[in-house]
Every structure is written in structure tokens, then in C-alpha cells.
Design a protein around this ligand. Structure first.
Ligand SMILES: [Zn+2]
Length: 456
């Protein structure tokens, strides 16, 4: 008999939902981890015979699953949490919100504000089992990236890029050359392979010039980077593209030669069936957000089942009604897609129970260009692992822990989180962020930032 191999950490005796190709579930499983990656996943007895480790995490009464992936965040809007529900309640919200509130808010943020926003968002995401985020881009991305690295999260960060609008505050305006330069610098300073990766970003076609769009695409292609952009998010965007370019947004991008796998399209709501086919043919990824149901009937299942890389996103704390909990996003998407596709044809099971969680794990991984590396608990994947408490009242009478995971779990059931093999949440406590200090500082600063609008 060969001696057990020594690894760094073993998570033992957990109920493991692997999200692997075969959908493997282990009622009494263990995970061996070394150098930040999963060495092996298997029956607890087999792992115990083959591996030994200095650090052992007790997985009994715990469900282990891959860390969740938030495929569209706005770290810069973290301190806008609660603004929109309050404006709606008072009947004071003005349109369009991106021009009236979102961009002016971001324009007022300092580098220190971005650090605070990142720390607060990371604490919130990690506590709820999100281990990876893909940010749409905000100001001061180097501050954001430094703060993100200290939290131990995995993420992709961009610089919000606008060069073609006079309706935005001075501090957010940039020339085409400045926008290109800042994007390149970020991608070069944070290359692929680390926990935090630089991404290129375009805000949306309504405030980016064709020259910026084509140059950013070429620079991203040359560097193996992605380009995060809002797309098909509003009827005003369709009208704009038709008025200015004589065609709908997807056709405009296809004709520019930039509609390919480098592009990550947030929302993609106002898609025709043939737009979905163009995604499938050309390869861009999609982030589907729960707030998409506020304004459209998104075709998330069509993208997913056509093989388009599609993940789920919160859209940040401002426009997700404050939620950075991907379990609740997945639950909302399940109901939204059932409502979108089901009732008109009396289809009671339009979306499978676990399909939204598949999108929030494997789908997000594919969308971020990290398929096989994150979003699943399999050998050689990075060790991004979430353990949920199965002793809760919700979980206790579930027929299987898996049905609980799909229908009952929320981020509040998360007990332990590992990112790249490192424990960053234990016993529900975030270990890498000084949560009390960050919450207190954010409360004070939020009042100053929101008061600048004078909206209430
Ligand atoms: Zn967004």
C-alpha cells in the first residue's frame, strides 16, 4: 500500500455537488487541495486513504459547491445601495438613470472611495458565497484592483470608458486616446493568471465612438483580454443605433468586426431570435441580471441552450435593489425565465430547477473565459469552494440537500468560503475584510455622496 500523499488542505465528509460534466453528487465526499487547486474530489474513504493534510476542514452537515460567479458588477455603485428604491417610493426617479444618477455618482468618487466600495462589496459577496466577480468598469481601477487583491477574491476589473458624450460630468469625460491608454495600462498591470485580472471596457455604444470600439477590440484581441460592455439594455440604445448607424446594435458591431469572443455583453435583453443566433455564431458572452425583468423579457434560456457562454450577474448594489446574493439572483432568474417562456404555451417546467445555478457557476466561468478553471469542483480546477450549513431549519427537512440548494438556500446559509485554496470566510465571518470598520466608514461616506444629488 502506498503512503498517503501530503496536500495543503482537505475538506472532508461533505455533501458535494460538484457541477462537473456528469452532474456528480457525493453524499459523503472529500476534496484534497494543494497549491490553490483541487488535487482530487471523491468518496471520503478514498480521499482519506490517498491524502493527508495539515489543515482539515470538517464538512459534516455541510454542502460543498463551487464558488458563485457574479458576471456583471458595478463596484463603483456599491454606496448607491438603496437609492433607487427610495426614489421610486417617493415617485422622484428621473430617466435615464445612467445619465441622471449612475455616471454623476461615479464621477464624484475618489480613489479612496473606490477602495472602500471594493472592500464593502467584497465582504458582501464573499459572505454570500460569491468568489469571482467581473466588474463593468468604474473610475480609479488601480485603487479597486489593489483593494480587491487584499480581500483574497478572484475578479476582473475594467476602466469605465466613455469618449463620445457631452452629457456627462467633466471628470468622467476622456479623449479616445486617453480611454485606449488607460485600458491598455490596466490589462498590462494585471495580466491573466493572478487573482485579479485587468479587462478592457466600453460603457455602451451610446457613449463610445466607433474608433474607440474598434481600437479597444483590436488591443484586447492582441492581449487575450476581454471587453466588458453594456449591450441591448434599453430601447433608447436600439433607437440610437438605428438613427446614427442605420442598423440595430448587434448588426452595427458585426459590421465593425468587433462582435466575437472578446466581447462580454451585459444584459443583452432586447435581442431578436436572430440576434441570439449571431451570439452563437460569433462567440460573445452574456451576463444575465435579475433586474432585466424590470424592463424586458430576456432570452436567457435561449442563449444558454444554444451554447452561448452566459453567466448571471447582480448588476451591482445600486440597481439590483441592493442584493449581491447570487443564490437569490438565481432564484429570481428561475422565476423570471419560467414566466418568460412557460405560461403562454402552458409549459409548467420551462426551466429546470438547477439551470440557473448552473449558469451562476459553469456558465459564468465560460463567460469569463475560465471554463474548467472555476465554476466546478473537479481535479485541476482552482479551489474556489463554498460550504453551506445543512443544519438550518430550511435544509433540515429537504428530501435531498440538492433540492435545498436550488429552492431554499440563500447567501445567509454560507458558512465557509475558500478562494484559490485560502479560507476567506469561516463560521460565516469574512476573514479578509475589517467588516465593522468598512461598514462604519461606508455609512458616513454614503450620506455625503448621495446628498450631492439633492434628489430627496
Ligand atoms: Zn450594468
Amino acid at each position: 500500500m502506498t503512503a498517503p500523499k501530503t496536500v495543503d488542505t482537505i475538506v472532508e465528509h461533505a455533501y458535494i455537488v460538484t457541477f462537473d460534466d456528469a452532474g456528480t453528487v457525493l453524499a459523503d465526499g472529500s476534496i484534497a487541495i494543494a497549491d490553490g487547486a483541487i488535487t482530487a474530489v471523491g468518496e471520503a474513504a478514498d480521499i482519506a486513504a490517498a491524502y493527508t493534510a495539515a489543515e482539515v476542514i470538517d464538512g459534516r452537515h455541510r454542502l460543498a459547491m463551487p464558488g458563485l460567479i457574479d458576471a456583471h458588477t458595478h463596484i463603483a455603485q456599491t454606496m448607491m445601495k438603496g437609492l433607487f428604491p427610495e426614489l421610486q417610493r417617493k415617485g422622484k426617479q428621473e430617466w435615464p438613470v445612467w445619465r441622471r444618477y449612475l455616471i454623476p455618482f461615479e464621477a464624484n468618487l475618489s480613489g479612496e472611495d473606490m477602495e472602500l466600495s471594493m472592500q464593502l462589496a467584497a465582504a458582501n459577496m464573499l459572505a454570500h458565497g460569491t468568489t469571482t466577480f467581473y466588474d463593468a468598469g468604474g473610475p480609479h481601477p488601480h485603487h479597486t484592483a489593489r483593494a480587491a487583491l487584499a480581500t483574497g477574491m478572484r475578479g476582473m476589473i475594467g476602466r469605465s470608458t466613455l469618449d463620445d458624450s457631452t452629457e456627462i460630468p467633466e471628470s468622467m469625460r476622456m479623449t479616445t486616446d486617453e480611454a485606449i491608454e488607460e485600458n491598455i495600462r490596466l490589462v498590462e498591470d494585471y495580466p491573466a493568471g493572478g487573482l485579479i485580472t485587468g479587462s478592457m471596457a466600453l460603457r455602451q455604444i451610446m457613449n463610445c465612438s466607433p474608433e474607440l470600439i474598434t481600437t479597444i477590440h483590436a488591443e484586447a484581441l492582441a492581449r487575450g483580454a476581454k471587453v466588458h460592455s453594456h449591450l441591448l439594455e434599453g430601447t433608447d440604445e436600439i433607437d440610437y443605433a438605428v438613427a446614427r448607424y442605420g442598423k440595430r446594435p448587434i448588426d452595427f458591431l458585426v459590421d465593425l468586426g468587433v462582435f466575437d469572443e472578446t466581447l462580454h455583453a451585459a444584459h443583452a435583453v432586447y435581442a431578436t431570435p436572430w440576434d441570439v443566433q449571431k451570439f452563437r455564431e460569433h462567440g460573445p458572452s452574456v451576463a444575465h441580471c435579475r433586474n432585466n425583468y424590470n424592463f424586458g423579457t430576456p432570452r436567457a434560456l435561449e442563449y444558454w441552450r444554444a451554447g452561448v457562454p452566459i453567466g448571471l450577474g447582480t448588476d451591482g448594489a445600486a440597481t439590483s435593489q441592493g442584493m449581491l446574493d447570487m443564490f437569490r439572483i438565481a432564484s429570481g432568474v428561475t422565476m423570471g425565465q419560467q414566466y418568460t417562456y412557460g405560461p403562454v404555451v402552458h409549459e409548467l417546467d420551462a426551466i429546470a430547477p438547477d439551470e440557473a445555478l448552473q449558469m451562476a457557476t459553469r456558465g459564468g466561468a465560460a463567460a469569463l473565459g475560465m471554463a474548467g478553471r472555476i465554476g466546478q469542483l473537479t481535479a485541476e480546477a482552482r479551489a474556489d469552494i463554498v460550504l453551506l450549513d445543512l443544519d438550518s431549519v430550511d435544509a433540515s427537512v429537504s428530501v435531498t440537500p440538492f433540492s435545498y440548494l436550488v429552492d431554499g438556500a440563500t447567501g445567509h446559509d454560507v458558512d465557509t468560503v475558500l478562494v484559490d485554496g485560502r479560507t476567506v470566510v469561516s463560521g460565516g465571518e469574512v476573514l479578509t475584510v475589517d467588516v465593522d470598520r468598512v461598514v462604519s466608514a461606508a455609512r458616513t461616506r454614503q450620506i455625503e455622496l448621495v446628498n450631492d444629488f439633492n434628489v430627496f
